[in-house]
Design a protein around this ligand. Structure first.
Ligand SMILES: Cc1ncc(COP(=O)(O)O)c(C=O)c1O
Length: 408
């Protein structure tokens, strides 16, 4: 029975709920318009799709299902940090990137979201602060709310490429700050952390007794040829590096991720003991996916090959299209699954996205979805299949041109 029916006749609901869940759950005009468009059965070109299982990639179904049917799965051996063969597979993943890890420094979680929650619980008292990049990943605020943690943004600035505004980051640190979150490469800006950035982040963390939290779910998706360095080898400040199958192997449905703790030994051991206790309380990892992890990680090569081809083709198509006009441009990116389109500000980004969806059936994310500080930005997914991507982008560029002419 719906809560409204339960209390039918009452003017207001009794105060049964926590403040931390007092979100405004009304859908915004864009999600309402999307739901209406889907219900109407009219066609949609979705340029936001970043669920890899919905992007027409070729999947190794037999190998995946075979890996999940290991007879050993009928036994239950609850290990809070995760089964050893699974954690060894994570060690192998990092070894292939030139980073040697100790298997005891790895804890498995059911998603990076769960890893974030465990870390927030480990590091923060209610009201403590964590620094997050802006623009950035939209889920941070919800993850923080649920754990009673406050997020404080630090700006990323664009000057032919994205970089951290270190002065602003320094100013954002208060006595309540417990850590700096870095997404490497960042979603949606697609820029990697450089050696000099890591050096400065280490300094700040050591000076302020802060932890470094690095989300590397997109680490393997670099547009360059070199292997990009991972935070999992950072031993200077206390560092937690997260990743998982969701992006690496394009298998979000498997719910397997991990967090690697590195840094000064005594601090690291404290962190690992506390994380282990949290993990022991939930024991949320299931046995079949842990036993399948070595195979599921190995399948990343096939997925990443396809993903790289898709991303490159879509970028080439996009650049060709943008070269025919002067109103919009795409911002430089180094990796990840997203492209940011900079367009003239003729209204709010949300208004533009609504018009594009309602009149042409093309769905994009306005910049504010990723917490852009100003209007004039749209974000599109580069793993969208090539044909709809090309058609959707053509429509988008044409609409920007029409609106600009009308406005000028
Ligand atoms: C930066 C970032 N971290 C984490 C995730 C989610 O990963 P998981 O499925 O492991 O929770 C996403 C998903 O889009 C993401 O963009």
């Amino acid at each position: 029975m719906a809560i409204e029916e339960l209390f039918a006749g009452h003017v207001t609901l009794p105060q049964m709920f926590s403040d931390r869940t007092a979100w405004n759950l009304e859908s915004n005009p864009l999600s309402k318009a999307l739901a209406e468009r889907i219900a109407s059965g009219k066609p949609i070109i979705d340029l936001t799709e970043s669920n890899p299982t919905k992007c027409a990639f070729q999947v190794e179904t037999e190998q995946i299902l075979g890996a999940l049917s290991n007879p050993a799965s009928v036994h239950y051996d609850p290990i809070p940090q995760g089964l050893l063969p699974a954690r060894n597979a994570v060690v192998d993943y990092y070894r292939a990137r030139g980073c040697t890890l100790n298997v005891d420094d790895i804890s498995l979680t059911t998603s990076t979201s769960e890893a974030y929650s465990f870390l927030f619980r480990t590091l923060c008292n209610p009201g403590d602060e964590l620094l997050i990049p802006q623009p950035g990943y939209p889920l941070f605020n919800f993850l923080a709310d649920i754990q009673d943690v406050t997020t404080v943004r630090y700006p990323l600035i664009y000057d032919y490429g994205w970089q951290i505004d270190f002065h602003a980051l320094q100013r954002a640190i208060t006595p309540r700050t417990r850590g700096i979150i870095v997404v490497n490469p960042n979603n949606p800006t697609g820029h990697f952390c450089k050696a000099e950035d890591l050096h400065r982040l280490n300094q700040m963390c050591l000076e302020g007794d802060l932890a470094l939290v690095a989300d590397e779910v997109f680490l393997d998706f670099s547009l360059g040829k070199d292997i990009t360095p991972t935070f999992a080898c950072n031993n200077k400040a206390l560092t937690f590096t997260m990743s998982g199958l969701s992006k690496i192997s394009g298998l979000p449905q498997m719910k397997v991720a991990w967090v690697v703790a590195t840094g000064p030994e005594a601090l690291k051991q404290q962190a690992l003991a506390r994380l282990e206790m949290i993990a022991d309380t939930y024991l949320s990892m299931n046995t079949p996916t842990q036993l399948a992890l070595p195979v599921l990680l190995e399948l990343r090569h096939n997925f990443q090959r396809q993903c790289a081809e898709r991303t490159r083709n879509n970028l080439a198509q996009l650049d060709k299209l943008l070269s025919t006009q002067k109103l919009c441009a795409r911002l430089n990116l180094e990796g990840g699954w997203y492209a940011i389109i900079k367009m003239p500000v003729t209204g709010s980004d949300e208004e533009f996205a609504l018009e594009l969806l309602n009149t042409h059936g093309v769905y994009v994310h306005p910049g504010h979805f990723y917490d852009f500080a100003a209007d004039g930005y749209l974000v599109v997914s580069l793993i969208t299949p090539e044909l709809p991507f090309a058609a959707g982008m053509q429509t988008l560029v044409t609409l920007i041109d029409e609106r600009f002419r009308k406005g000028s």
